[in-house]
Design a protein around this ligand. Structure first.
Ligand SMILES: C[S@@+](CC[C@H](N)C(=O)[O-])C[C@H]1O[C@@H](n2cnc3c(N)ncnc32)[C@H](O)[C@@H]1O
Length: 206
């Protein structure tokens, strides 16, 4: 799928479905938060939630002592949903409408979080662009918390094909310069009760 189709697809999803009615909806992004806390981002850390969409992770990050929080998504509609939910607190968040496969200029972060975005990159050149972007955007010593469908997870999501990973294959995609720190599994339950095995992996940039 090319970048234009990708954008149209996700804008349509967020304009036609309730944020709480999509398969990936979580009332609490518990494991993401645990893993973010486990790498003890320094006081004043710069954090980006990539493909954050309408996730509640940003609400919880605002409760941590971070100095800069950004939420990036392809869909401006998704980010509007998040802005409206946050109300006044939205002024403390940088919202970035961008495609992670198109090498946007993002600045520097100490922590990169991605739940359920990388696995949509089914073309090798998009995955290489993503890996280059993580390298370029993470400060040395910074961490990436990346979550994808696990090897036994669904082969499609939101009518799109996905790639599935274990920690080793995900590490290979990121390439040299990243060390696997820890991994975890989670079975996510969709709003209609389907079980979806996810992999979570934490990497440190050397
Ligand atoms: C399955 S949803 C996950 C949303 C959120 N991370 C969560 O856990 O609730 C995937 C999100 O990634 C965004 N997305 C998909 N492809 C993207 C890309 N190439 N660049 C940036 N965002 C993208 C979509 O708009 C959507 O919000």
């Amino acid at each position: 799928m090319n970048a234009t189709c990708r954008k149209t697809h996700w804008e349509t999803i967020y304009s036609t479905k309730a944020a709480t009615g999509v398969s990936w909806y979580q009332s609490e992004p518990q494991l993401s938060l645990e893993l973010i806390r486990s790498v003890a981002p320094p006081r004043g850390a710069r954090i980006v939630d990539v493909g954050g969409g309408a996730s509640l992770l940003v609400d919880r990050l605002l409760e941590l002592p971070c100095s800069a929080i950004a939420v990036l998504d392809l869909s401006a509609t998704a980010l509007e949903i998040t802005k409206n939910r946050l109300g006044d607190r939205a002024q403390h968040v940088r919202f970035i409408v961008a495609d992670v496969a198109l090498s946007p200029e993002l600045g520097t972060f100490d922590l990169w979080h991605d739940r359920a975005v990388f696995h949509f990159l089914t073309h090798a050149h998009d995955r290489r662009s993503y890996a280059n972007l993580v390298s370029k955007s993470l400060a040395p010593g910074g961490h990436a918390v990346i979550s994808t469908f696990a090897l036994d997870g669904p082969s499609r999501c939101s009518d799109l094909e996905v790639c599935r990973y274990n920690a080793q294959s995900l590490a290979r995609e990121l390439g040299q310069g990243f060390t696997l720190v820890t991994e975890a599994q989670e079975t996510h339950t969709t709003p209609w009760g389907a079980a979806q095995p996810f992999l979570y992996a934490v990497f440190k940039r050397g």
